[in-house]
Design a protein around this ligand. Structure first.
Ligand code: AMP
Ligand code: GLY
Length: 443
């Protein structure tokens, strides 16, 4: 085997982690790629899955030391909030991601809201409660619409936007009485409902210096036209035309810089990927939430647009001195469409054979398929295992071509009960067309 120069471990098993893997493999640096636990798609792309029983982050860190891993990149929030990066650092390893204390920016909405309030970072007005009766009285006082949120990690389902007081009462009862989110609901945030378009801003940072990746838009609702219940995300596209250069200057000035300074001032210097989930309200951009990791499926739309030495970028950020290594941006758009199991985001069936994956990926360039909820059956066929099964990502010079290419790919894949949104990127297309019309009319 050719001697590999650098060994990288990716922690996680979803489409986001598969997209990270492919981004690493696209860079010119020769790399040995490992994943824990990884997925069958990552393995097919040449990534080695950790083959030792792992019962704790200490076990994984010991494995990483034994295997001379030089960089670990952590995908999901749960290990970060759990302190995986602290465990790795204690063993002298370099891991890209925030410490346990800094990951509280996602792990505790109460912490992040208080942080924003203290440092004047724009966000929805709010109050924090640990008693249902007080939360309920506050809702009555404020009136609907109102947003009820569990403070802790709730798998993306912890925010309930309530259009009536009745809905708010039900949400409080689910959280406090029925413990729908377990301990994560011991503390509840009640906040003002904001309106506007949402964007996902990914910031790679060493805690002080930072670089912003192309801005994306997620599609959280399960149905076309943003209808139906919220999911982990049914698709994404980037760059989002709503994130103009002027708006992004404001976002840097009012949100990114003060947030990094706030974390540093609180003694929780933030290293890793800071995901700023923002709403562009009539009063300007406001924070909906911070996440302590890359978004899924936004990553699947964003990373194919960026060519860079990811090893150097993440390694330097994790080491405390962000590299100024050049990255080049694809001059166009990326679109990622999630194919989900029937029933998702509710209960769904598993074990359906997925057809067409290789054909679609190899038929033409500019298409990637990222696995998220897949498994291998006894005959080594790819079968469904999760709600979100795969994401089809495509990139092209225009947004409409990228959308068309992604859906061409989707058309080649099938499994029993496959569902997907047919309008991923349509919001961006509409805005682009409006902008073009305005420019043509000299407005
Ligand atoms: P979160 O878990 O905080 O990201 O919220 C999930 C989704 O709920 C967001 O992406 C928004 O679409 C919606 N949401 C959360 N907070 C608010 C708010 N204050 N106003 C309006 N929508 C919100
Ligand atoms: N796509 C939303 C998230 O990753 O939280």
């Amino acid at each position: 085997m050719e001697e590999c120069m650098n060994s990288v471990l990716i922690v996680g098993s979803g489409g986001r982690e598969h997209a990270l893997l492919k981004a690493f493999l696209r860079s010119e640096r020769p790399l040995c790629m490992f994943a824990f636990p990884g997925n069958p798609g990552m393995e097919r792309d040449g990534c080695m899955l950790v083959d030792k029983p792992i019962n704790s982050w200490e076990d994984l860190a010991d494995w990483a030391v034994e295997n001379k891993i030089e960089l670990t990149v952590v995908g999901p929030e749960a290990p970060l909030v759990d302190g995986i990066v602290d465990v790795f650092k204690e063993k002298g390893l370099i891991a890209f991601g925030p410490s346990r204390e800094a990951a509280a920016i996602e792990g505790s909405k109460a912490f992040s809201k208080e942080l924003m309030k203290k440092y004047g970072i724009p966000t929805a007005d709010f109050s924090i409660f640990s008693q249902k009766s007080e939360a309920s009285a506050y809702c009555q006082k404020k009136g609907a619409p109102i947003v009820v949120k569990a403070s802790g990690l709730a798998g993306g389902k912890g925010a309930i936007v309530c259009d009536t007081l009745n809905e708010a009462e039900n949400a409080l009862s689910e959280i406090f009485d029925k413990k729908a989110f377990g301990e994560a609901g011991n503390t509840v945030i009640i906040e003002e409902k904001m309106s506007g378009e949402e964007i996902s801003v990914f910031v790679v940072t060493d805690g002080q210096s930072y670089r912003i990746l192309p801005v994306s838009q997620d599609h959280k609702a399960v149905g076309d036209g943003d209808t139906g219940p919220n999911t982990g995300g049914m698709g994404a596209y980037a760059p989002a035309p709503v994130a103009t250069a002027g708006l992004m200057k404001q976002v840097e000035r009012e949100i990114i810089v003060p947030s990094l300074k706030a974390m540093e001032a609180e003694g929780k210097r933030y290293q890793g990927l800071l995901y700023c989930g923002l709403m562009i309200t009539p009063q300007g951009p406001k924070v909906v939430e911070f996440n302590c990791r890359f978004g899924d499926p936004e990553t699947q739309a964003v990373l194919p647009l960026v060519t860079c030495d990811w090893f150097e970028l993440f390694h330097s950020a994790a080491g405390g001195s962000l590299s100024t290594t050049e990255w080049s941006l694809f001059p166009g758009y990326g679109v990622s469409v999630v194919l989900a199991s029937k029933g998702y985001p509710g209960s769904y069936q598993k074990g359906a054979v997925v057809d067409g994956l290789d054909e679609v990926e190899h038929a033409r360039g500019n298409i990637d398929i990222y696995h998220s909820g897949t498994a291998l059956d006894e005959q080594q066929r790819i079968v469904t295992k999760g709600g979100r099964v795969v994401a089809v990502s495509a990139w092209a010079e225009t947004l409409s071509d990228a959308i068309a290419l992604a859906y061409e790919g989707v058309g080649g894949i099938s499994f029993e009960g496959m569902q997907f949104r047919r309008d991923i990127g349509a919001k961006g297309l509409a805005r682009r067309n409006r902008l073009t019309t305005q420019v043509a009319a000299g407005r």
